[in-house]
Design a protein around this ligand. Structure first.
Ligand SMILES: Cc1ncc(COP(=O)(O)O)c(C=O)c1O
Length: 489
């Protein structure tokens, strides 16, 4: 046993349905080769996301029974507020039904057209919500963070020199800086405390508020404790308190480190911002003491935020993900290293070098994993982030072409993980048989959720494109979708 065994036992079970290969083939075809369109009960191991998929504890379920569903002033809200203040330290606690609403409320209240929001790497909903305000989302992760093989303990770090340069030139257009912990879109990589201190110092020097995207804060702080010199003797909760004291607020999707199936919040220090956000909250989500949730959800969230800081839980959680990564790595499957907190990311460009990014190698891998093994993963690459350049109209592809195997919290056993590892290893052995894809339908924003694709019949591999744009378009034989201007206002 290379990682701590489950620090819990199973009290309730949920049967899994075995689905034949023929049925999987039919289902993924009907979904337009988009894994989001496959019914969840036709999936054996669902690694689509770690978001909202946690198993709640007996205490969280018990918490549902003490839900106070009063419209205003529910006792669960006050318990929730106390817990958030104790962990995160910010005065104003504003519940929302999930993380993207916290983002939307914040950006609607403080951004205007032409503004810039720096971040290590924006998660897709964060980017979309920034752009929805007519503002620009800029990613300033350290260079190692974009190199899938660079061995760096904190690849989520934001480059303080890049931030300094941006603020020196354009401070008046930057109403806030974000820092995503852990950095989901860059491989679930943590941010060090030292880096957060540096980023905070740059922000303070320029008088710009720093807001954390705190979805996986406990996992991030676990890595700080494990990897950062001088932090080994501190409790994860203590590290979290220091980290958040460096900023002015956070957005939170509690569907991750809140260990709940729905819930989120915004916590802010500034009373002016909090008032603006609260006014909008009443319009969009509901009264400030429930914010789009039931009282019982707030209770479960408060309990989950406490449980997530349990270090036995964190050792198992991070250990389970690391073990999946170790098995794949040892068998020669190219993965992002070091393994992040919530997921193992396969490097699809390296695994499928015969498919240029314009042929969506990441998505091709996702389709094969479901069709052949009943495993659901998600592409974090050219389908999710590819877009036409607003000036030239040429397709721009992200630097990373990843497939994420996100591990839900407290849901799958070690044997499930072994099945996943063996399946991916087997698929890797016959990888050259995977064919490229082309998009047949796409929505103007967040297209990966609803896009439809088809396999390119001609199995002859196209030459490898060095980068996106015209080269990739030529390499794909014109398979790139017609360039469209970005539709965000
Ligand atoms: C880093 C990050 N930020 C924000 C969000 C959005 O949260 P939600 O799905 O609750 O809206 C996610 C969700 O996966 C995320 O990973």
């Amino acid at each position: 046993m290379r990682f701590p065994a489950e620090p819990f036992r199973i009290k309730v079970v949920e049967p899994l349905r075995r689905v034949s290969r023929e049925e999987r083939e039919r289902l993924i075809a009907a979904a337009g080769l988009n894994i989001f369109g496959v019914p969840a009960d036709s999936i054996y191991v669902d690694l689509l996301t770690d978001s909202g998929t946690s198993a709640m504890s007996d205490r969280q379920w018990a918490g549902l029974m003490v839900g106070d569903e009063s419209y205003a002033g529910s006792r669960n809200f006050y318990a929730f507020e106390r817990t958030v203040r104790a962990i995160f330290g910010y005065r104003h606690v504003i519940p929302t039904h999930q993380g993207r609403v916290a983002e939307n409320l914040l950006f609607s209240s403080v951004l205007k057209r032409g503004d810039i929001v720096p971040n290590n790497i924006h998660f897709d909903t964060t980017r979309a919500n920034v752009e929805h305000q007519g503002a620009e989302a800029v990613d300033l992760v350290i260079d190692e963070g974009l190199d899938p093989v660079a061995d760096h303990p904190f690849k989520g770090n934001l480059d303080p020199a890049k931030l300094e340069a941006l603020l020196a030139a354009k401070r008046d257009r930057v109403p806030l800086v974000m820092l995503t912990i852990t950095n989901n879109s860059g491989g679930g990589q943590p941010v060090s405390l030292a880096n957060a201190r540096e980023v905070s110092a740059v922000c303070r020097r320029h008088g710009v508020p720093l807001v954390f995207d705190a979805c996986r804060f406990a996992e991030n702080c676990w890595f700080v404790q494990q990897r950062e010199p001088g932090q080994a003797d501190r409790a994860v909760a203590e590290i979290a308190r220091e980290l958040f004291a460096l900023g002015d607020g956070c957005t939170m999707s509690a569907k991750k480190d809140g260990l709940v199936n729905i819930g989120g919040f915004l916590a802010l220090e500034d009373a002016g911002w909090a008032e603006k956000v609260t006014n909008l909250l009443i319009l969009i989500e509901g009264f400030p003491t429930y914010g789009g949730l039931a009282g019982r959800d707030l209770e479960a969230m408060a309990q989950g935020l406490t449980e997530v800081l349990d270090e036995d839980y964190l050792a198992f959680r991070i250990g389970q993900v690391a073990e999946l990564g170790r098995r794949l790595d040892e068998a020669g499957v190219p993965i992002v290293k070091p393994v992040g907190g919530h997921a193992v990311y396969i490097d699809a460009r390296r695994m499928l070098p015969h498919l240029p990014q314009a042929l969506y190698p990441g998505q091709a891998l996702v389709v094969a994993l479901y069709r052949d093994y009943g495993i659901r993963a998600v592409e974090v690459g050219s389908l999710m982030f590819g877009h036409p350049d607003p000036v030239t109209g040429e397709m721009v592809f992200p630097k990373l072409e990843l497939v994420r195997l996100a591990v839900p919290r407290r849901v799958y056993t070690t044997e499930h993980m072994r099945y996943v590892a063996e399946s991916v290893i087997e698929l890797n052995r016959r990888r050259e048989r995977l064919r490229g894809l082309r998009i047949t339908h796409e929505a103007p924003v967040l297209r990966h959720f609803t896009a439809r694709l088809e396999e390119i019949a001609d199995a002859v591999p196209a030459p490898r494109a060095a980068a996106g744009g015209a080269a990739a378009e030529r390499a794909s034989g014109g398979a790139v979708p017609t360039p469209r201007r970005h539709p965000c206002p």
